[in-house]
Design a protein around this ligand. Structure first.
Ligand code: CA
Ligand code: CA
Ligand code: CA
Length: 138
């Protein structure tokens, strides 16, 4: 088992990988699971990467995605900004377009200046890995 921020990743053998939210004060609960090819027997975090050792599947590497990396290409740049801008409707205006779900960076249902500020805090430019501390990785 390995803990990364509020997430604990557990190797469950036949069951693959389980991701558990261990953020206090809520009781720990399952937030994700992945069935690997064989029996997962080890997990480890290194920087932005999660390594899973699997008996049949070999070593599987996952990369943590920054929430602000809307197009999931590993950086926070103009392309991500443009996407947020297209979804921008302002405070208290619900943004229900499924294509804009990723642009709702904070917990509410609008895309407004708070979401924009969260993105700007993470923005480093094209092909530059965003700082892991600028927001919780997904
Ligand atoms: Ca990006
Ligand atoms: Ca918002
Ligand atoms: Ca990019």
């Amino acid at each position: 088992m390995t803990v990364h921020g509020s997430r604990a990743c557990v190797a469950c053998g036949e069951g693959g990988l389980a991701v558990i939210n261990v953020d206090a004060p809520t009781p720990p609960h399952l937030v994700g699971a992945l069935d690997t090819a064989g029996r997962a027997y080890g997990v480890a975090w290194s920087g932005q990467h999660l390594f899973v050792a699997d008996e049949d599947g070999g070593l599987i590497v996952f990369r943590a995605r920054q929430r602000a990396d809307l197009d999931a290409d590993g950086d926070v740049d103009q392309a991500d900004f443009a996407r947020l801008q297209r979804c921008f409707r302002g405070a208290y205006v619900p943004q229900a377009d499924p294509a804009c779900a990723v642009a709702r960076l904070d917990a509410d249902d609008d895309v407004d200046d708070r979401d924009l500020r969260m993105m700007l805090a993470c923005m480093r430019g094209s092909n530059i890995e965003p700082s892991p501390s600028c927001g919780p990785p997904e």
